[in-house]
Design a binder for this molecule. Structure first.
Ligand SMILES: Cc1cc2nc3c(=O)[nH]c(=O)nc-3n(C[C@H](O)[C@H](O)[C@H](O)COP(=O)(O)O)c2cc1C
Length: 167
């Protein structure tokens, strides 16, 4: 893969995340988990290139994100849709997502896990976390639609410290 400046990323960021989906992966090479996400954002904050990711507390991945300083975001071509669908509908608590999907994890130079099949990998350092709160919703209809069980996402702002694209 070729390392690029995150500002050189070509795909439209909204389409990339919402239509293409991504795998959020955190942990160590020996003990990591990954899950599919389609809610998120790429942009700038505090003069840094950042991603915003949103993870519900019941996800197994949540604990890995909480316990580690870094995470990776992996984006894939359409042919991996089934693998992402699997990682978004099964929990690593009771499934081996790697064995089931055939995805190939690799370890970055600084020890984070991403996937060889990815077309884009963003390696990210956590900067900020905040739990969404019912009181903060200005549009109250979102609570009924997205959080009928009260499982509000935790928001993470992460700095994109490395970006790679498939050549
Ligand atoms: C297309 C798609 C998008 C998803 N986006 C998110 C998301 O942004 N945040 C989240 O917490 N869960 C999201 N999920 C749900 C998790 O991927 C799913 O619950 C997964 O099984 C969690 O795996 P884990 O328990 O191994 O962490 C999404 C699922 C799919 C299929």
């Amino acid at each position: 893969m070729k390392r690029i400046d995150p500002k050189e990323l070509k795909p439209n960021a909204i389409k990339l995340i919402s239509d293409g989906w991504m795998l959020i992966t955190a942990g160590t090479p020996d003990n990591f988990n990954t899950m599919t996400a389609s809610w998120g954002a790429l942009g700038e904050l505090w003069s840094k290139p950042v991603a915003f990711v949103f993870i519900r507390p019941q996800r197994y991945t949540y604990g890995f994100v909480e316990q580690n300083e870094m995470l990776t975001l992996s984006f894939f071509d359409e042919k991996y849709r089934d693998a992402l669908r699997f990682c978004g509908s099964h929990s690593g608590r009771d499934t081996d997502k790697i064995a089931e999907t055939g995805l190939t994890p690799y370890t970055t130079e600084i020890g984070n896990v991403a996937f060889q099949e990815a077309s884009i990998v963003l390696e990210c350092h956590k900067l900020y976390r905040a739990e969404m709160k019912a009181d903060c919703f200005l549009d109250r209809t979102i609570i009924e639609r997205a959080y009928p069980d009260g499982d509000f996402h935790t928001t993470y702002v992460v700095e994109i410290v490395n970006a790679w694209v498939k050549e």
